[in-house]
Design a protein around this ligand. Structure first.
Ligand SMILES: Cc1cc2nc3c(=O)[nH]c(=O)nc-3n(C[C@H](O)[C@H](O)[C@H](O)COP(=O)(O)OP(=O)(O)OC[C@H]3O[C@@H](n4cnc5c(N)ncnc54)[C@H](O)[C@@H]3O)c2cc1C
Length: 698
């Protein structure tokens, strides 16, 4: 902690007017009990922190000059005036048309202002805040088709949006050199989930979220699990956005969010230069095959309309009959992921494989809609569900050096594809210290309420609303301050290990009985999947015997596991809280290293004050949060770091958070996106591509 003491800084004067703002916003966002509790604690903290900051010196009031991992203040002070290529009458006409399609209740008109109504759509988890023409929140898939046509014909552009938890700015309007008005298409009201094949798969409409899917499976198929667990699962990110980005998360056996089965829209032009909204259907669901007559103008024949009807029937309690996949349906997950993870041996014939990256966002393999980052509009996706393991075990392992941890990964975890652990998460000392210093409150909430609780995501929205109401640092200052009064999140034996060692891995292993996936090698490997836990333990014992005094392990009881999960999940928010609380600046980077690698990329001068490295260890997907003194040029430091990752370490970035507006997409990815959206009317500017019509340079 002493390393940063001389940068420690007290809080700015913004606090004095917080009380009334907090009260109003909270009253809108959460249930009365939660609101009351939060209001009381916020008021108390507001008072305490207000008292605490009163001694700050004039230069200590320069808080707005530093940069935080969410892009503040670069985006908070931009001009809010919106320029437009359309006349006010044309804009009015477009809004009127959209109102006709979706109805008044599904349209937020004044997208030019960042306020408590628009904040959730205009500001992402880290970036955003630019204005738009309006926000549409349709409830029917066939409305989406009409919306897209209307917007494109009017000469405006669309930013598709799911739950808006994206970290890289791809889901929100952005300041642009192009003046075509932006319509935010929020798909989160389209949130039906349908079981397929007796629950072995699910079809999720574009707004269905991972937490919602978790609850759905718990209720109807308690022996099945979802395809994806992200650090943001508690915020209910959508399954569709996972596919649009190539999101990752913690699940080594399941792989990234990936499917080859989807229903989506593409925008092209025909030879008469008319805009065409093409519906593409690779859902492979019986009864939802392509339109019997694709040329038919009847909306009722279209697949989106038929899915809408199916959705309505299910909501009304009819049509409980299961639907089934068509024979020879395409895969609904990344089938060969586990094999890729285990091809890490640099000396064997697969050396080429070892230098491969397990997953990254710019990967252009797979069907065109995968990792398309808003360049097509996904209406629905099909995902495998996974059988729950018969038995699981969670271990906390602390290592003397990263090299020892990497050997553990290779020898014990990734010994063979059948025995790949369920999850395997790495944290270094700075991650441990910072989460413990600033993440206890949020962690306790997640551990207590669970990752799928809607209360946590509502409280998160309250945080965003407070920040949007002109108090960008208030909640983080409060969280940092109150942390000292909250008991540690982790059980005391792990706290001790955390303070003693520099490198930690939390690994969960299980015994499986995978007999139900017919599209890959697992079915024939059933016997080998069984007893994978015993085999893991044998390998671990051998490893411990070979590395005496270099590793310490602690076996967690099932009741301790939620706290461990929460501890890992709050890493990213804890970093921001810590930077705000300590008065320093910071940035975050998401990258993947070759499957055989994993050492920390070297950093040139200036050295960071703190370097949080936490990773999905088996996949080698790393998140780094780096804190710097306030006089450092953060953009230059970030650029230099990205260069080292890519050019010196053979890594790729971003790995799972998507390019958004934060990362430049490589040429092959840009070419793919241009092919998908030749007019550049969907998510223009993503991956730092041209923002202009047909990708003109200006
Ligand atoms: C605390 C925290 C932890 C996180 N942890 C992880 C993690 O462990 N792993 C990880 O991968 N990510 C993580 N994220 C990032 C984020 O949650 C994921 O990227 C998630 O998949 C985004 O889902 P969303 O519904 O919020 O998408 P949004 O943010 O709404 O959109 C993301 C992108 O997808 C596009 N998009 C959304 N819906 C559609 C659609 N229907 N059709 C076409 N394009 C669409 C958008 O245009 C945008 O480009 C984390 C975020 C937070 C805040």
């Amino acid at each position: 902690m002493h390393r940063i003491n001389h940068y420690a800084w007290r809080h700015s004067a913004r606090f004095h007017s917080t009380k009334s703002a907090n009260t109003t916003i909270i009253a809108k966002g959460v249930s009365h009990r939660a609101a009351a509790a939060l209001t009381i604690t916020s008021l108390t903290a507001g008072y305490l922190v207000g008292t605490y900051q009163s001694s700050s010196s004039p230069e200590e009031h320069q808080q707005h000059e530093r940069v935080l991992p969410n892009g503040l203040p670069r985006t908070c002070c931009q001009e809010n005036e919106r320029k437009s290529t359309l006349s006010p009458e044309q804009e009015k006409e477009l809004v009127q048309q959209l109102r006709k399609i979706v109805g008044e209740d599904h349209l937020v008109i004044d997208g030019s202002l960042l306020n408590s109504k628009t904040q959730a759509y205009l500001k992402g988890a880290r970036l955003g805040g630019a204005p738009c023409l309006c926000i549409v929140t349709p409830e029917h898939l066939h409305h989406v088709v009409s919306i897209v046509k209307a917007v494109v014909d009017a000469g405006a552009v669309i930013v598709p949006q799911g739950a808006n938890t994206g970290l890289t700015g791809g889901s929100v309007p952005r300041y642009s050199t192009d003046s075509r008005p932006i319509v935010v298409l929020s798909l989160k009201k389209l949130n039906s989930i349908f079981p397929l094949d007796d629950g072995k798969r699910v079809c999720c409409l574009a707004g269905a979220g991972l937490a919602q899917l978790q609850l759905f499976l718990q209720q109807y198929f308690p022996d099945r699990e979802t395809h994806s667990t992200l650090g943001s699962t508690f915020l209910n990110p959508t399954a569709a956005a996972g596919v649009a980005l190539g999101s990752g998360g913690t699940q080594c056996r399941k792989g990234p969010a990936y499917t080859e089965r989807a229903l989506y829209l593409k925008v092209t032009q025909n030879k008469w230069k008319e805009n065409v909204v093409e519906i593409v259907n690779t859902l492979d669901i019986e009864g939802l095959e392509d339109d019997p007559n694709p040329r038919s103008r009847l909306v009722m024949d279209s697949v989106p309309y038929r899915v809408d009807t199916w959705s309505r029937w299910i909501q009304e309690g009819y049509a409980q009959n299961f639907r089934y996949s068509t024979p020879n349906a395409r895969p609904a997950r990344d089938v060969h992921y586990k094999e890729r993870l285990c091809a890490h041996d640099e000396n064997d014939k697969q050396q080429k494989q070892a230098s491969r990256i397990s997953r990254y966002n710019a990967d252009t393999s797979g069907p065109e809609f995968v990792r398309s980052e808003g360049k097509v509009i996904l209406l629905a996706t099909v995902h495998d569900t996974f059988p729950k393991p018969k038995q699981t075990k969670t271990l906390w392992l602390s290592f003397d050096q990263l090299e020892t941890a990497l050997q553990f990964r290779k020898q014990v975890c990734l010994n063979n594809p059948n025995d790949v652990p369920i999850s395997c998460e790495y944290l270094d000392r700075d991650s441990f210290d910072i989460i413990d210093r600033s993440g206890r409150f949020l962690g306790k909430m997640i551990a207590f309420l669970g990752t799928s609780s809607p209360i946590v995501s509502r409280l998160w929205n309250v945080k965003l609303a407070i920040e949007g109401a002109g108090f960008p640092f208030l909640v983080d200052q409060w969280l940092h301050f109150i942390n000292n009064a909250v008991p540690p999140l982790l059980p005391s034996p792990i706290q001790k290990l955390g303070h003693k060692w520099d490198h930690h891995v939390v690994v969960t292993v299980g015994d499986f009985d995978d007999t139900d996936h017919d599209d890959n090698s697992e079915a024939s490997n059933t016997d080998r999947n069984q007893n994978s836990l015993t085999r893991f333990e044998q390998r671990l014992q051998n490893f411990l015997a070979q590395h005496p005094s270099k590793v310490e392990t602690y076996e967690c009881s099932p009741s301790q596991v939620p706290a461990l999960t929460a501890f890992r999940f709050v890493a990213a928010p804890a970093f921001r809280t810590w930077c705000v609380g300590e008065g320093v600046q910071g940035y975050s980077v998401d990258y993947a290293l070759p499957v055989s690698g994993g050492l920390a990329p070297p950093i040139d001068q200036p050295q960071p004050l703190r370097r949080m490295r936490y990773s999905h260890f088996a996949c080698n997907v790393v998140h780094e949060d780096l804190a710097y003194a306030r006089d450092v040029d953060l953009d230059a430091a970030k650029y230099a770091f990205k260069h080292i990752v890519e050019h010196d370490c053979g890594g790729r970035l971003p790995a799972e958070h998507g390019h958004g507006t934060e990362y430049k997409a490589p040429p092959e990815t840009q070419r793919k996106w241009q092919y998908l959206d030749p007019l550049n009317v969907l998510n223009p500017g993503v991956g730092q591509t041209s923002e202009h019509f047909q990708y003109k340079t200006e």
